[in-house]
Design a protein around this ligand. Structure first.
Ligand code: GCW
Length: 843
């Protein structure tokens, strides 16, 4: 009894850093009651060390040991007592020929499980499938279910890859991992493959447990030096740590490598010397990595070289690689994300549209690709926005297989500093019926190969984990990685079902923990859409900088083509055929007709397809502009509730993860208000149409810092203007002057929540202190650039704007409120405003 109590205390007190993610194998409640229903020994068929069946045996021992405290032995042949037998179907049938009849049909990577009175049979179509089966069994028992069952599970699609956008070098394009918010690359450092690849192995283990079968480790914006002999040796070491988990390695290529690395004077895909050069590369890679998955190629996009440089088609480019892979059994994922960010002109051409590019470039090529080419298509025609229609290119490829590219790293969706559970969005996309030939044609049926019958189809997820122990920078963001794997295996699973599994495995069985995580997660994508870009206008992050904070004005007037065409009276992209860019016409007729007509276009994509006045009435009866205002208030107020919901979990999960998540949710709550005010202020200024409820631009609890009595601080006009309340903030006069901003409070005496909006730039770590009547209320540092992991920014803008709240502070009428800011480096301790809020009020 005593030791049990002690264990319970220790159990809660053990700090968890997130490294084990959903594979913690933490003790299940009442574990000892279930021991009789578990195997006592593991028998591994065809188990060679370093290969998946052997790994499966090891996981079963570790898993059952951790989950139930039962120590299993590993045996080669059948021992006495209950056993878990794991191996491939063929190894099993070799030993038990008579069993063959009773076994189901499995496709590549599929598995069969039979659990009966503590005896467990786990068979895979291949070794990898056997490991998947073992992980599945462990997941079921970790959720407390030890009853008998039989299951046949086949993946929905063969390609279930992960892409990492890891650079060879820190300080390359966007640092160590492009659009990565969880630290440096786990694969590369200083131009080389890391010596210590422990994390890469742990990553493969996590991915195998959710059915991912390949990882492209280097960025699609590829560095040609990945192909030096030394780095090829390094890649082979990565493949070695992946292999025990059945995860294959893929490599991103730079199209110009023959020139950049090979010293040729051309990289023309039809040039014989170029072809030979690439054949040599493939042969050399496969010599080192015989089970390499293949290649990933981004060509002629965003400045990357490609076949069009030589007036060759994209098919010429893809086939060049495909042919060099064929002798080795590899495949190439060729990205459809092809557009020219230099030539698009918004002002001169009403019909110019980046969204048209993919179909424009790929139309007519469907039957031109080699059989081992797969076209990798982002889910929407633009770029991982909070709301996009499904890319029409999926309906144009019937012979060539496609993968849908999803983004787990939240580039445009809060960069893991905002909780956004993405499974509901992915489900909507996958369930969307594209009505090819007027027949049911959901996206999931296309990428499973069922609709058109291609063999190579599936999923590619941009994950971008890093060296942070949380992998993605945030514990809660890991539900997205988990959901990605689960949906790629079986898109019929529900968002809540997946979440429930993940929560149990990650945080345990407590019902309140489940309720809270479910509520926060399921409300998170709608809330984020509400407080960022509505009605299909796109996310509205600053697209020229970090893709993180609000900056609606940055969308237009540049050739990146993520335009909103907002002016003083109207907003939205006219993508109709009759009057616009013609994009709607890229869909099959039923869908094209729906989007062509403003009446049948769903509200949530209205501004994606139509250019309308701000006063246009939605189906809800509201005007576009009032919808913007209301949605921003609604979404940001939902984000406030995440904090109070999470606080209910204090003491119910380990302190380390509790605090980590709480810190980020508090930050998100504050930043959602920055979003709300920036976007609302921007469109209010543009349209001149006031908020019917009088909220926009009226903040009665706010004291603008620039209106306070300033010493050492001066007023500063912020750009973009909407990123500051009253367009101004204060900054210290020099970068060594201490600034003070003081005012006398006029509110009645009582308790208030004091909220300070400030800017935390990546140029230093200023310190702020807040005083009431000379008593210190709180002190904080401008170090969010280390804490949050989101893209760092040197500017005073919507990206760096943040809020610090002190709850329940006693003030008197006439109290002196003072903020003292100490600049550091080039960060001038900027303050925007202070809100003196009656307790519980948000503004
Ligand atoms: O979303 C954009 C990103 C780029 C990325 C590109 C792509 C790897 O901003 O960082 O480059 O898409 O998908 O190729």
């Amino acid at each position: 009894m005593r030791s049990l109590l002690w264990l319970a205390v220790v159990g809660l007190a053990v700090a968890e850093d997130g490294l084990a993610a959903w594979l913690r194998y933490a003790r299940v409640p009442s574990a000892s009651r279930h021991l009789g229903k578990l195997p006592s020994a593991v028998v591994t068929l065809n188990a060679t060390k370093g290969y998946p069946v052997h790994t499966a045996g090891q996981e079963l021992v570790d898993g059952i040991g951790g989950l139930f405290g039962k120590k299993l032995t590993v045996a080669k042949s059948k021992p006495k007592g209950t056993t878990a037998t794991v191996g491939t179907v063929s190894a099993y049938v070799d030993k038990n020929p008579s069993a063959a009849k009773g076994l189901p049909d499995l496709v590549e990577d599929g598995f069969y499980l039979k659990i009966s009175k503590g005896n467990v049979l786990i068979l895979g179509q291949n070794e990898r499938g056997a490991l998947y089966g073992a992980f599945h069994y462990l997941s079921v028992i970790a959720q407390g279910n030890v009853s008998d069952f039989t299951l046949t599970s086949n993946p929905d699609a063969p390609v279930r890859w992960v892409n990492q956008w890891d650079n060879m070098q820190d300080g390359g394009t966007h640092g160590s991992v492009e659009r990565g918010y969880g630290g440096d690359s786990i694969f590369f450092w200083d131009g080389h493959i890391r010596e210590d690849l422990t994390r890469a192995g742990q990553y493969a283990r996590l991915l195998a447990s959710i059915g991912i079968n390949a990882v492209v480790a280097n960025n699609v914006n590829a560095n040609a030096s990945i192909l030096t002999p030394e780095n090829m040796d390094g890649l082979a070491r990565i493949a070695d740590v992946f292999r025990p988990y059945g995860v294959q390695l893929g490599v991103s290529l730079n199209f110009a490598a023959p020139q950049l690395l090979g010293g040729l004077d051309t990289f023309d895909p039809l040039d014989k010397t170029v072809v030979n050069w690439w054949q040599g590369i493939a042969d050399n890679l496969y010599k080192r990595i015989p089970d390499m998955a293949g290649y990933l190629v981004k060509a002629n996009s965003e400045g990357q070289p490609g076949p069009m440089t030589y007036n060759r088609t994209l098919a010429d480019g893809a086939n060049l690689f495909a042919r060099t892979l064929q002798p080795h059994g590899g495949i190439i994922l060729f990205r459809a994300f092809v557009y020219d960010h230099r030539s698009l002109n918004q002002t001169l051409d009403w019909k110019a549209d980046r969204a048209n590019a993919a179909v424009d470039y790929f139309d007519g090529l469907d039957d031109k690709f080699e059989d081992n080419v797969v076209i990798q298509i982002k889910y929407g025609p633009i770029d991982f926005q909070v709301r996009e229609p499904v890319s029409p290119l999926f309906t144009h490829l019937r012979r060539t297989g496609a993968t849908v590219e999803l983004q787990i790293t939240q580039e445009y969706l809060g960069q893991q500093a905002h909780v956004v559970y993405l499974a509901p969005m992915w489900k909507e996309l996958l369930d969307f019926d594209l009505r090819v030939d007027n027949k049911p044609s959901t996206l999931k049926s296309i990428v499973s190969g069922k609709r058109f019958g291609q063999k190579l189809t599936g999923y590619a997820g941009v994950v971008n984990v890093g060296t942070n122990t949380t992998w993605l920078g945030s514990h809660l963001a890991m539900s997205n990685l988990y959901a990605y794997g689960k949906l790629a295996w079986d898109p019929e699973q529900t968002s809540t079902g997946i979440l429930k599994e993940w929560t149990t495995l990650t945080f345990g069985h407590d019902k309140l923990v489940h309720d809270v995580i479910t509520k926060i997660s399921m409300e998170s994508w709608p809330a984020y859409e509400d407080y960022s870009g509505n009605l299909g206008i796109q996310t509205l992050t600053d697209i020229l900088l970090g893709h993180y904070g609000p900056n609606p004005g940055s969308q237009d007037g540049n050739p990146w083509g993520q335009w909103t065409r907002a002016d003083n009276d109207t907003i939205g992209m006219d993508r109709t055929v009759w009057n616009g860019t013609g994009f709607a016409g890229q869909y099959p007729p039923e869908i094209a007709a729906m989007y062509e007509n403003i009446e049948t276009t769903p509200d949530n994509l209205l501004l994606w397809f139509h250019h309308v006045p701000y006063t246009q009435k939605l189906k809800s009866g509201k005007t576009v502009i009032q919808h913007f205002y209301d949605a921003h208030y609604k979404g940001s107020s939902t984000a406030q509730t995440f904090v109070t919901l999470w606080e209910k979990l204090k003491g119910r999960i380990d302190k380390e993860r509790y605090e980590h998540v709480l810190f980020r949710l508090i930050y998100q709550a504050g930043h959602s208000l920055v979003w709300r005010d920036s976007v609302n202020q921007f469109y209010f200024n543009k349209s001149g149409i006031p908020d019917e409820l009088g909220r926009v631009g009226n903040h009665k609890y706010r004291i603008e810092a620039e209106k306070m009595e300033l010493k050492g601080y001066k007023s500063y006009r912020v750009s973009p203007f909407e990123a500051a309340s009253g367009y101004h903030c204060v900054v210290t006069e020099t970068n060594s002057t201490v600034g003070t901003a003081t005012t006398k409070l006029k509110v009645p005496s009582g308790k208030y929540d004091l909220a300070v909006n400030y800017y935390d730039m990546a140029l230093g770590n200023s310190t702020w202190e807040l005083f009431v009547d000379r008593k210190l209320v709180g002190k904080w540092k401008g170090d969010l650039e280390y804490e949050l992991g989101r893209a760092p920014s040197p500017y005073i803008d919507g990206q760096t704007a943040a809020r610090k709240t002190f709850r329940g502070v006693r003030v008197k009428k006439g109290s002196e409120l003072k903020v003292v800011g100490r600049p550091d480096g080039l960060e001038p301790a900027p303050i925007d405003y202070i809100s003196v809020l009656p307790e519980g009020t948000v503004d």
